[in-house]
Design a protein around this ligand. Structure first.
Ligand code: IPE
Ligand code: IPE
Ligand code: MG
Length: 238
């Protein structure tokens, strides 16, 4: 089976996982990063070329400061621990979102690991951090308006292709498969432009329990989907 080229994941349910074990929420996040490492490993192994993980939304800044700082520390730690494995597995790391919002230490770590993994060719791992799909779209619109004012872009040149190049995801292909764990059925402001034709897979599994097998099941289910893109299937044609 040919795997999807791009898989995007809304990694949700860390808090509920911890609560079910009477643990503090941060322990759920810690376990969540373990799951993330396993999913990255599996994606590289099965030949997924792009994996985008929603790790922290712009809206998540509204959580208690203690949880936010614990998450930032865990993210930095995740990058440090995962780096050798990323390099060994030929993975390139990228981050998308309002990176200026992040603590300086984490930002430096992202820059360093992005640079040191820049030659990764097998898998592009994009971490969505301080990410908002609406802000992404508005930012692209503002950049293009600015280019028009500077005379380097004509309004008639604004089309889907040029607009998408101004999104954080640039030339990356759109997600073929969007996964959300923990039973919630919403997008929560994730990749609003890019998921317009993605196959969506919801599972009740909480993110820390979403390991290799659960990921492979999602890929198998994707393999059974028939993507029509508005057309008819050959056997439906008269
Ligand atoms: C996902 O788990 C991680 C982030 C949003 C950072 P949650 O922390 O949202 O876990 P639940 O939804 O409360 O269970
Ligand atoms: C979405 O999860 C964001 C991430 C997984 C990083 P949330 O837990 O923040 O989403 P809502 O609040 O349930 O929509
Ligand atoms: Mg949640």
């Amino acid at each position: 089976m040919k795997p999807p080229t791009h898989v995007a994941i809304i990694m949700d349910g860390n808090g509920r996982w911890a609560r079910a074990r009477s643990l503090p929420r941060v322990e759920g996040h810690r376990a969540g990063f373990e799951a993330a490492r396993e999913v990255v490993r599996t994606a590289a192994e099965v030949g997924v070329a792009f994996l985008t993980l929603y790790a922290f939304s712009v809206e998540n800044w509204k959580r208690p400061p203690k949880e936010v700082s614990a998450l930032m520390a865990l993210l930095e730690n995740f990058l440090a621990e995962a780096e050798p494995e990323l390099i060994a597995n030929d993975v390139r790391l990228k981050a998308i979102g309002r990176l200026v919002d992040l603590p300086a230490g984490l930002r430096k770590k992202i820059e360093a690991v992005s640079l040191r993994t820049a030659r990764g060719r097998k898998l592009t791992l994009s971490l969505a951090l301080s990410y908002s799909g609406r802000i992404e779209i508005v930012t692209a619109a503002r950049q293009m308006a600015d280019e028009v004012l500077r005379g380097v872009l004509r309004p008639a040149e604004i089309d889907e292709a040029s607009f998408r190049r101004h999104l954080y995801t640039g030339e990356d292909p759109d997600p073929d498969l969007l996964i959300r764990t923990s039973g919630e059925m919403r997008l929560s402001n994730f990749l609003l432009w890019q998921v317009s034709y993605s196959e969506i897979y919801f599972t009740d599994v909480l993110w820390p329990d979403f390991r290799r097998d659960a990921f492979l099941r999602a890929l198998e289910e994707y393999g059974r989907r028939r993507r029509r893109f508005g057309r008819l299937e050959r056997e439906e044609l008269e």
